[in-house]
Design a protein. Structure first.
Length: 379
């Protein structure tokens, strides 16, 4: 296969050109049709015709097109599994602040995450998907329809009991949900987290803008889990869905019947800081719990939030980075790759060739570090 890729000619790519791969590569590069057209010396209408499958790029355009989009020429060939995702079925945590090109890039990212998982799954048996009602890209949940009921139902289904949940991301991966980090992508800061259950495996993407605080990170993961459970069969973009996902996350992480006996009867922020460490949720979230359960009035909660702002730099109230919590960092794809390397002699180069990706892309999505030897000079 590797030799065949090297022997590939622009004419062969032009003859078999897959227009959907051009769209995917353009979205991943966050470029408009006009920008691509300007860089390869054609009109925007021509690029539109290439993506619509009306015409194919001339052979002499294939190398510059691949260079502009930072993909091998083989990327434009058909015949590989393509995880096509309707963007309307991806739930974005901050939809209103996310621009169209960023959403398109995020959707293309999810497609590639699935393609990587699929390639690994041909060699390694990944955990079976264990979401009630999920079947190959569709969810017809048997859980209660209200967010709190669904959260309690999923806890029971996963055997998590009614107490604090440690290692939430690891629990999700153990149930067959693919969790990914776009580690080096400036657009990810704006996109925030997003998820979809419209692929053969549910996928959750947790983005870097919440890595500085483990408590926000965990709540975001639970929020996206709520989307998978509650909104798998509905188009995304409804603010009501976001509120429901928040309600799911609150009940999933801090079940009302379990947390209320531990909440203070007044706005005791030190006590809430102690509970933060036990339940793995922010003091802000616990204050909200106090207010919604009637332990605090709106005015008392408002004053508590104001006091909380003055305590942000004090012990017990500062942010704690995700890097200190291995159980909240995804490892499914990396461990699958390691197992395939040991059992099936898989290499990153082989995988990159099979997917027709740059090897740097494979390493990024798996989470591999650059493996160049370090030069050490001894004086």
């Amino acid at each position: 296969m590797h030799d065949a890729r090297r022997a590939l000619t622009p004419q062969a790519v032009s003859d078999a050109f897959d227009p959907t791969r051009l769209t995917q590569a353009r979205h991943l590069a966050a470029l408009t049709k006009k920008e691509v057209a300007e860089r390869i010396g054609v009109s925007p209408a021509a690029v539109g015709q290439y993506e619509a499958g009306m015409t194919r790029p001339r052979p002499d355009l294939i190398p510059p097109l691949a260079a502009v989009l930072a993909v091998p020429m083989a990327f434009f060939l058909p015949g590989r599994p393509h995880g096509k995702l309707d963007g309307s079925m991806a739930h974005f945590r901050s939809l209103r602040s996310t621009r169209a090109y960023q959403r398109a890039k995020a959707v293309a990212f999810v497609e590639q995450v699935w393609e990587l998982a699929h390639a690994l799954e041909k060699r390694v048996r990944l955990p079976a998907v264990d979401l009630p009602g999920f079947a190959g890209g569709e969810v017809h949940s048997a859980l209660p329809g209200d967010p709190a009921g669904a959260a309690r139902g999923l806890r029971a289904h996963w055997g998590l009991g009614t107490g604090p949940i440690s290692h939430l991301v690891r629990h999700m991966e153990a149930r067959g949900i693919v969790v990914a980090f776009p580690r080096h992508d400036p657009d990810a800061v704006t996109v925030d987290a997003f998820s979809t259950s419209s692929m053969p495996r549910p996928i959750v993407v947790l983005t870097p803008n919440r890595f500085d605080d483990i408590y926000r990170h965990r709540f975001t993961a639970a929020h996206e889990l709520g989307h998978l459970v509650l909104h798998g069969d509905t188009a995304a973009g409804d603010s009501q869905q976001e509120r429901e996902a928040d309600a799911f996350a609150a009940e999933f992480l801090t079940p009302r019947d379990s947390i209320v006996p531990h909440l203070p009867l007044r706005a005791d922020l030190r006590r809430l800081a102690e509970l933060r460490e036990v339940w793995g949720v922010s003091v802000d979230s616990l204050l909200y719990r106090c207010r919604e359960t009637g332990l605090l009035s709106d005015s008392a909660a408002g004053r508590a939030y104001q006091r909380l702002k003055t305590l942000r730099e004090q012990p017990g109230f500062t942010n704690e980075p995700v890097s200190g919590y291995p159980g909240e960092q995804p490892v499914l794809l990396a461990r699958a790759f390691d197992l395939a390397t040991a059992e099936a002699d898989l290499t990153a180069a082989t995988l990159a060739d099979e997917l027709a990706w740059p090897i740097t892309r494979v390493r990024e999505l798996i989470g591999l570090t650059h493996q160049r030897p370090q030069l050490k000079l001894v004086p």
